[in-house]
Design a protein around this ligand. Structure first.
Ligand code: PMP
Ligand code: GLN
Length: 381
């Protein structure tokens, strides 16, 4: 294995899911729902399979999904996109991130991102031979620190890799914070690559602000999303990106040689799902908000300090009040202590001190599962 990939070994999600299975623990580690998405979408996939749509789809994605993504950006954000040149379907958001970073970064370029960061960011930046420059979001409010963000930019900055709503913190970036990122991107003539896979998972009326809607930003912004989160279909790996034609074409060139195409029959099914009514989007959001409240209360009741998330389906808690001194060690011991699995936040950091005793829990689980996890945590706490 090449040296720059050696730090990445096995992902924490694989390690923690295997630990949950081995110990019979409730898996609140890897983020995936335990119920299926909209019935209409599932039926559309079956119809596509039975209808013979089982060969390579077009390289950019099936036309109805390109149209549906453009329609979604118009409907929710007032953005007008040309489906043929400004949208690209990818194998999940993961491939969208990889194709953009690999398409835009020369070796030695710098990528600005916030930490904690989703694990594929660091690995993908390394694959590109680029360097990451981070600004830390600190527990419990995870506010953007202007001075450290400014300090992360330099003349070598090629792009900013942003994620809102943010995994693993559950933070929804405010308009003012995004405007600061936008201002710096303009000042340093950098692209903004914005991972908005949790765009519909926001709570208490919080507003998701797509970077592409900020004044003057469409031209330098590539927006990424995925059906995995919005429609609870993480195994389908249907994602997409959108933005100016020049950047989409660059990503498409790279994407051709990563997977070429993927998920043929699932693409028309996701197109059908994107067109569903507002009630479907609101239904998922409301159900997750109740689950968030359930798990946050349980974590607090067992003595952990909780940062209540405004979005995503993750919550970060500090296990220090339970005597934890190291999050990774605590997460490995939690199955034995409580029969529950979480993910240590330090694995998403360069600055280990920033997350010393923090653990992330996923609440995208059926109520009875969360109730049982709460009961176990309470008897351990
Ligand atoms: N970005 C973020 C922030 C995520 O949380 C995830 C999923 N865990 C992804 C990207 C990857 O999405 P996909 O499964 O569609 O590749
Ligand atoms: N995105 C999910 C998470 O953060 C899982 C991703 C994965 O398994 N690679 O938990």
């Amino acid at each position: 294995l090449i040296s720059r990939m050696q730090p990445f070994g096995t992902t924490i999600f694989a390690e923690m899911s295997a630990l949950a299975q081995r110990t019979g623990s409730i898996n609140l580690g890897q983020g995936f729902p335990d119920t299926d998405g909209p019935r209409v979408m599932l039926e559309a996939a079956k119809a596509a399979i039975d209808g013979g749509r089982n060969q390579y789809p077009p390289g950019a994605g099936v036309p109805e999904l390109l149209e549906a993504v453009a329609g979604h950006q118009q409907r929710f954000y007032g953005l007008t996109l040309d489906p043929a040149s400004q949208v690209l379907v990818t194998a999940g958001a993961t491939e969208a991130i990889a194709s953009v970073v690999l398409a835009l970064c020369e070796p030695g370029d710098e990528v600005v991102t916030f930490e904690p960061y989703y694990d594929s960011y660091a690995a993908t930046i390394a694959l590109a031979g680029a360097a990451r420059r981070t600004s830390v979001l600190r527990f419990p409010d995870f506010a953007v620190d202007e001075a450290s963000l400014r300090a992360a930019f330099s003349s070598r900055t090629r792009l900013v890799l942003l994620n809102t709503p943010h995994n693993p913190t559950g933070k929804v970036f405010s308009r003012a914070e995004l405007e600061l990122v936008a201002e710096l991107a303009r000042e340093y003539d950098a692209w903004v690559v914005t991972d908005e896979v949790y765009e519909h998972l926001v709570f208490d009326g919080a507003e998701h602000v797509p970077v592409a809607t900020l004044p003057g930003m469409f031209e330098r912004t590539i927006t990424i999303s995925s059906a995995g989160k919005t429609f609870s279909a993480t195994g389908w790996k249907v994602g997409w990106l959108s933005g100016p034609a020049e950047a989409v074409a660059a990503a498409r060139t790279v994407k051709q040689f990563l997977t070429y195409v993927a998920s043929g029959p699932f693409q028309p099914a996701v197109a059908a799902a994107l067109g569903l009514g507002d009630d479907v989007y609101a239904g998922l959001r409301n159900s997750l908000q109740a689950k968030r409240d359930l798990l946050c209360s349980a974590l607090a009741a067992s003595g952990l300090q909780v940062s209540q998330p405004a979005g995503t389906y993750f919550v970060i808690a500090d296990a220090a009040p339970l005597g934890a001194v190291d999050g990774l060690e605590f997460a490995r011991r939690l199955p034995e202590l409580a029969g529950v699995v979480g993910v240590p936040v330090s694995v998403f950091h360069d600055d280990q001190e920033a997350a010393r005793t923090l653990v992330r829990f996923a609440f995208c689980k059926q109520d009875h599962v969360l109730v049982e996890a709460s009961r176990r945590l309470a008897s351990a706490g």
